[in-house]
Design a protein around this ligand. Sequence first.
Ligand code: FES
Length: 157
Amino acid sequence: MAAEKNPDGVRSLTIGEVARRSGVPISTLHFYESKGLIASTRNAGNQRRFPSLVLRSIAIIKVAQRTGIPLEEIKRAMGRYPPNSKLTAAQWGEMSSAWRDNLNERIRTLEALRDSLDNCIGCGCLSLNDCPLRNPSDTLAQEGPGPRILERASQRI
Ligand code: FES
């Protein structure tokens, strides 16, 4: 089958080609599209067609996901640029810098968790007075949702 081109003359890919070349399952591509992370057009036969630049977007999504960046953050970052556009080095630099800050914050939180667990490993006391993980009667819920002890610890760093 001859390669299709979109109205701009750019080669377009079927969803199967995108899956094969990106290593991402078709179901995941559908999910990314439903979340607005990638976009397709429809050909005359109402089949999805993606510009070849979608492979670059998918690579960015995969790298970001591997570092634990939430999909909503990935979408927000990619949404600053036109869909299916080729990011410039400066744009990629902006995006990766923001993710670096996010990654550093999560590293600080994990270090705080590790430090809290250092006292607990092999202990098992769950002491109301001494254990940093103990939360009697869920009193910390009054401070708000989430892991309050760990968030407190990461704010000290
Ligand atoms: S279990 Fe003993 S200090 Fe946490």
